[in-house]
Write a protein that binds this ligand. Structure first.
Ligand SMILES: Nc1ncnc2c1ncn2[C@@H]1O[C@H](COP(=O)(O)OP(=O)(O)OP(=O)(O)O)[C@@H](O)[C@H]1O
Length: 270
């Protein structure tokens, strides 16, 4: 059984429009899948449906099953909040595009990172403080003491995204979902955060669902790609297949327009 199995997923708006239609894919433990598509193609709604976090009024149908090692499979669609809370953070965790989504502006960084570590790992006191420092070091925060004492607005955008990544990792999820995690960052910081994410996924043996609109970025960090257009999957395959022999016209336009395509092609020769 896959770690994540999405079958016939449909997301419908409050006014009855189908924003995601008949979407099916699976991710095995340790696998890296990219979900790529233009703005408005339904990528973020797919992520929210997987986490049981759709905005009120929107409904999901079909099936989303999370099956992390050591627990039985759980259906997300229609699950009560209590069951979803047990899955979030442990089975799957999300890093969003805008790190401030994950951070409370009125709470010091160290305290907010401590909360999921305390909940997830049951640590207290000095052991909890040490775990917070270790978590900040793991995401390569240069001055963990200063950053732990800072409020989110007192640190840089790149540091905020590193903290958001540390929070997403706090409960040791089997699947990390990264929803355009570098889009809000400037270009040099983007590359550093991508390298960090890729390294952490490898080091922890996590599976990765990486959402993006830039084929060069997505193909650099994933093994397989699913192409979404207007809420529907139009093509899927390995990075090599998609980059070297795109079938659907939309995928062809993505490949033709991909910036830094050379570096993406280098990745396919790994
Ligand atoms: N809360 C909402 N209410 C109504 N429609 C919404 C809502 N959120 C998203 N949509 C619509 O659903 C469609 C898919 O949106 P979604 O955010 O999943 O796209 P996306 O591929 O993630 O785009 P982007 O790359 O810009 O984030 C879009 O047409 C969008 O306008």
């Amino acid at each position: 059984m896959s770690l994540l199995g999405v079958t016939g997923l449909r997301v419908r708006s409050a006014d009855g429009r189908d924003l995601v239609r008949d979407l099916s894919f699976a991710i095995d433990p340790g696998e890296r899948l990219g979900l790529i598509g233009e703005s408005g193609s339904g990528k973020s709604l797919t992520v929210l449906a997987i986490m049981g976090l759709l905005p009120s009024g929107m409904t999901a149908s079909g099936s989303v099953v999370l099956d992390p090692p050591g627990t039985g499979p759980s259906e997300v669609v229609g699950a009560p909040e209590r069951r979803l809370n047990g899955l979030r953070g442990r089975a799957a965790s999300v890093v969003f595009q805008e790190p401030l989504t994950a951070l409370d502006p009125l709470m010091r960084v160290g305290r907010q990172l401590a909360e999921p570590i305390r909940r997830g790992r049951g640590l207290r006191g000095a052991a909890l403080r040490a775990a917070v420092a270790a978590a900040l070091q793991e995401v390569r925060i240069a001055e963990p003491g200063r950053v732990a004492r800072a409020y989110p607005h007192e640190i840089s955008g790149g540091q905020r995204q590193r903290v958001a990544i540390a929070m997403a990792l706090a409960c040791e999820p089997a699947l990390l979902i990264a929803d355009e995690p570098t889009t809000a960052l400037d270009v040099t910081v983007q590359a550093e955060v991508l390298a960090l994410l890729g390294g952490l996924v490898t080091a922890r043996g996590m599976a990765l669902l990486f959402i993006g609109h830039d084929l060069a970025v997505v193909s650099g960090i994933t093994d397989r790609v699913l192409v979404l257009k207007d809420g529907e999957a139009v093509e899927s395959g390995t990075v090599r297949e998609i980059v070297n022999a795109p079938c659907h016209p939309y995928t062809r336009s993505l490949v033709a327009g991909a910036r830094h395509l050379d570096s993406a092609l280098d990745w396919t020769n790994r």
